[in-house]
Design a protein around this ligand. Structure first.
Ligand code: FE2
Length: 273
């Protein structure tokens, strides 16, 4: 049976989306579930941002959310269709606009959805958009990606994947997650800090050489020495490192090969974020 594709809902002229009561219920169920799991697993900066944004039982309306984000570091969330292409994605980031598709998963997909919905984007990412190091990283990453050759952008995107989506950081209390792909997923929030996955200190060149899959729990994570290091990662000659990574080639994947006709790898389609 064909699965009905997700489509973004159109905001009205003021930017408000008419969410159905079932959609708001999905949002509040997901938020409540994650809030139970996050203490002791999410980094303090994420928890502080979550408290500041103070999500309610309804899907946040972007004009209201954006007032709060703008007051921190000038960021805002931009409503987009379910799929956008890399050029648009990086241009938005370079302009401090974080793209979010305005649809939410259906109840049958509560635990897992491959496409990033508004729960993933808003709950997983906007708490840290209140943090300067995180916002600066996103903005600079967008600018660097726009300078890269389009054919190299997918490899470059690994830096985003292993930080903004699936990053871990050391803290005085132990390892904590800050990646939005982790913190919007109940399964991965619990799994990421266990010994089922391997970890290594974050390194630009190694991250650029590490393939990933978008449809499984990550077998391997990169760990920042300190969350504030996010601010300095992109001070390096990232495009030079990208050339070096291309010359050296990819590391062996730590995951099984993809099955035929299954859309699940980083080389597919639009940006998986
Ligand atoms: Fe994301």
């Amino acid at each position: 049976m064909a699965v009905e594709a997700y489509e973004s809902k159109n905001p009205d002229e003021l930017g408000y989306v008419n969410w159905e009561s079932e959609e708001n219920k999905t949002w509040s169920t997901l938020v409540a579930r994650q809030k139970e799991l996050l203490p002791g697993r999410a980094c303090d900066q994420f928890m502080e941002g979550l408290e500041y944004l103070d999500f309610t039982n309804e899907v946040p309306q972007l004009p209201e959310l954006n007032k709060k984000l703008d007051a921190c570091n000038g960021w805002g969330v931009e409503p987009v269709p379910a799929i956008i292409q890399p050029q648009e994605f990086f241009t938005l980031l370079a302009n401090k606009r974080f793209p979010a598709a305005t649809f939410i998963r259906r109840p049958e997909h509560m635990d897992y959805l491959q496409e990033p919905d508004i729960f993933h984007e808003i709950f997983g990412h906007t708490p840290l958009l209140t943090n300067k190091a995180y916002g600066d990283f996103m903005e600079e990453f967008g600018k660097i990606a726009l300078k890269a050759q389009p054919k190299d952008r997918r490899k470059l995107f690994r830096l985003f994947w292993f930080t903004i989506e699936f990053g871990l950081t050391k803290t005085n209390e132990g390892l904590r997650a800050y990646g939005g792909g982790i913190l919007s997923s109940p399964g991965e929030t619990e799994y990421c800090l266990t010994e089922e996955s391997t970890k290594e200190p974050f390194d630009v060149l190694n991250a650029l050489r590490t393939p990933y899959r978008i449809d499984i729990m990550q077998p391997h994570y990169f760990v920042l020495e300190d969350f504030q290091d996010l601010f300095t990662i992109l001070d390096q000659d990232v495009l030079g490192k990208l050339e070096e990574a291309k010359k050296l080639g990819d590391f062996e994947p730590r995951f099984p090969p993809k099955k035929k006709n299954v859309k699940n790898q980083e080389t597919d389609g639009a940006m998986p974020c």
